[in-house]
Structure formats: C-alpha cells, structure tokens
Design a protein around this ligand. Structure first.
Ligand code: PLP
Length: 422
C-alpha cells in the first residue's frame, strides 16, 4: 500500500504520468518492468510473529505502528494487483482510499450494505442504472430500507420535498446520485446534495455517494464537490476495451476501511487477473477518454444538424441560460462521450436505424474503444414501465451512442447511411 502523492522535485505529477509505475517496484519481481499477475490464493509469512501482526492489522485488533504496512495474507483480503490498482485509482479522484470489486454492482451493493441498516431511508436521483434501481427497490426493501427518488434535473425544491418525505419513512442515511443520468444526460448538482446531507446530519452523518461511471475519472471528481463516496463500474471507461467486468468505491480512509471489511466477508473483491487487466487499461485511460470525447463532439454536431434527428441529448450542447449549464460548468471538465438522440418517428424508425448500422455495433454497455448504439426504451431501460419512461424523458425514438476511438469521419459516414435507411 503506497501512501502520499506522486511528486518530482517538489512538483506534483499528474495521474497520467505515473499510471505505468505508481505503487509497483521492479525489485519485488526480479526486476520486471511491468507488474506481474500475482495469481496466488495465499501468501507465505516469513515468521509466525509476522503472520500474527498481519492478522492484527487486517482484523483491526490494533492500530498500525508508524510506517507499518498491512501485509499480504490471502487474496480475498488483499493481493498486489488489487492494491496497486487501488493506489492508482485514488490518484484520478484525489481520494484517500479505494476498494476494487469484481463488478460495478458488487461495488454498489457492498457499499450500500456497509452503510445502510433496517429502518433507514435512502434518497436517490432518478433514473439510475437498472441494476442499481433493482437493488434499491426490490432487494434493499427486503431489509427494511426505503428508497425515495427525485428526478435528475428537477432543481433544488424537488430534492427538498423528497428529503422531507424520506424522513417520514425512516432515518435518512444516504443520498445516492448518478450524474449525468443515463440515457438523458441530465446532471445532478452534487454540491447541493452534499449541503443538504450536511444540514440533515445528526450524530450520524448522512453520506453522499455518486456513481461516476459516465464522466469519471477524467471529467468529473465528485469528492471535490463534497461527496463522501465515489462508485464506478470499471467495466466501462476505466476498463475501456469491453473485455472485463469490475467496479470500485473510493473515499476517505475511514469510510473505505468499513467498505473493505464487508468486502472481505462478502468476498466481492476482484481477482488478480481482473486487477492486472485494469492496470494495463489505466495506462491509456486519458488517451482513450480524450479521443472519445473529441469524437463525440463531431458526432453530436452532425446529429444536431441532421433533418432526420428530432433532438440531441449532449452535455456539450447545453444552452447558456439553461440552469443545467451552470451546474455543468462548476462540476464537469468536459462533456464526455455519451450521446443520446431522438430520431423523427418512433420505435420502428429507431430500429431501422440500429439495424442499418455497419461500423457502430448494436450492443448495450459503454465506454469501450469501439462505438456502440442501443435503444434504451426496449433494452437498458425496458423494465421501467412506459409511463415512468416518459416521465424520465426516455422516448421510443431515443437512441443512445457510446462513442469510441474510430476516425470521426467514418463514424459520421455510418450514422449518415443509417439515418438514410431509417
Ligand atoms: C454498468 C453500470 C453499472 C454496473 O456495473 P457492472 O460492472 O456491469 O456491474 C453501474 N452504474 C452504471 C452507471 C453503469 O453504467
């Protein structure tokens, strides 16, 4: 476990400059430049005394001595590939600590189970990722935890109303935010949520957790806006190649030690191979996300001008006088690479468009090097009843794009021929 920040002669190094090396020392592995895959279930103690000391720290039986590191014990507790990955992920979000999981859902479920108790109420933005929605409304309810939704983009009064309603149903314990919302790209003001949580906290602190999968970890840093916890599906931009499922939770050392403790007992940690794949992905994270973000602007501009397109949902096109624009300016560094648009017509036209695509693949998920397109109403959001979909702004004519690293002119050529075919 590496502490501190990467510095060079008093100069702070940016995360992208140390993604190839941070937290790993070649002398650990015969001088190997790259971190190997530590494909092992267990670790050998040098002495029985060392084993005893490692367990005392792992189980929190005593505080560590100055400069005493947690030793490696067993790969459900810790593993070098995971620890190095966690050290590198903390740099992007300026977090004190991180825990990595075998999926985004494992990260979200473990984190919520860590901090919620029977009788608690949770307030969450809407829409949230389908798996999270199910967890909140069909799993946690079975443990006596009540979900209360406020619409993303509805303004401060809507949040206040839902907080008041939540407090009538239970002890408000957590505000859960997903921003920008999927698939409408509506943003939620994290600073405002953090202010409400602080104001409503009693002896028990109300936590703010943000699912930062869509813009993070490059274009949005929730901890700097007052959030307590940041969650990721690392399957998306961080993994970035559509070949691995993983998740993460980041925050203070104190909160993360609780999350890690439950991770140990639920066994939701990622394996070494997943950790290693993500270490490799992180080396090109900035390159990929920057290229995808630039490509998305070309595509969004093209779509906005196209006569077959009714409406484009893209953060780079927010009007200056839209209240969303002010939040965007404060909270986001770039518009990211997720675009949704309504084609003229309905489901039939949307399907004809999707079936006609040649270079862009018809698949759910996002954040990979290849561009993907899908139909939220009948795919990612199909379990939401039609009247709720329309309240959330999800129309039958809506298509969601995750823009990849291909040449933008080739992507536009594909969009153009598919719009003709629709
Ligand atoms: C994909 C996704 C998840 C779930 O992550 P998995 O890695 O598939 O478990 C959670 N939140 C958001 C915003 C996602 O896009």
């Amino acid at each position: 476990m590496m502490e501190g920040k990467p510095r060079l002669n008093g100069h702070d190094l940016r995360p992208e400059s140390v993604m190839m090396s941070w937290g790993y020392h070649p002398e650990w592995s015969e001088g190997a430049l790259k971190c190997p895959i530590f494909q092992t279930s267990t670790f050998v103690f040098r002495t029985a005394e060392e084993g005893k000391a490692f367990f005392e720290l792992a189980y929190g039986l005593r505080e560590p001595a100055p400069a005493e590191n947690r030793g490696l014990i067993y790969s459900r507790l810790n593993n070098p590939d995971l620890e190095i990955l966690e050290d590198r992920l903390t740099l992007w979000d300026s977090a004190q600590a991180c825990a990595v999981f075998e999926s985004g859902m494992a990260a979200i479920a473990t984190t919520l189970l860590t901090f919620l108790r029977p009788g608690d109420a949770i307030v969450h933005s809407e829409p949230v990722y389908g798996g999270t929605e199910y967890l909140l409304h069909h799993v946690l309810t079975g443990f006596g935890i009540t979900p209360n939704a406020f619409p993303a983009g509805a303004g401060p009064e809507a949040l206040e109303r839902v907080v008041t309603a939540a407090k009538e149903k239970g002890r408000l314990a957590l505000i859960y935010v997903e921003t920008p919302a999927n698939p409408t790209n509506v943003i939620v003001d994290i600073t405002h949520c953090a202010e409400v949580a602080r104001r409503e906290s009693t002896d028990r602190k109300i936590l703010v957790a943000v699912d930062n999968t869509f813009l993070g970890p490059l274009w949005q840093h929730p901890l700097t806006h007052g959030a307590d916890l940041v969650l990721y599906s690392l399957t998306k931009y961080v993994g970035g190649h559509s070949d691995v499922i993983a998740g993460a939770c980041l925050g203070s050392r104190e909160l993360l030690s609780e999350v890690r403790a439950l991770r140990t007992f639920l066994g939701t940690m990622a394996g070494p191979w997943t950790g290693w794949l993500l270490l490799r992905s992180l080396e090109t994270l900035k390159l990929r996300m920057t290229c995808e973000m630039k490509n998305a602007r070309y595509l969004a501009d093209f779509l906005a001008d196209h006569p077959r397109v009714n409406r484009v949902y893209y953060l780079g096109h927010l009007d200056e006088d839209d209240p969303q624009h002010e939040i965007y300016r404060r909270q986001c560094h770039a518009p990211g690479a997720m675009i949704s648009f309504d084609i003229h017509g309905g489901e039939a036209e949307a399907f004809r468009f999707l079936n006609a695509l040649k270079l862009i693949k018809l698949a759910v998920s996002l954040g990979g090097t290849e561009s993907l397109a899908e139909h939220p109403a009948t795919m990612t959001h199909s379990d939401i009843p039609p009247q709720d979909q329309s309240r959330m702004g999800i129309t039958p004519a809506m298509i969601r794009l995750s823009v990849g690293v291909e040449h933008p002119s080739d992507l536009i050529a594909d969009l153009e021929q598919a719009l003709e075919a629709a």
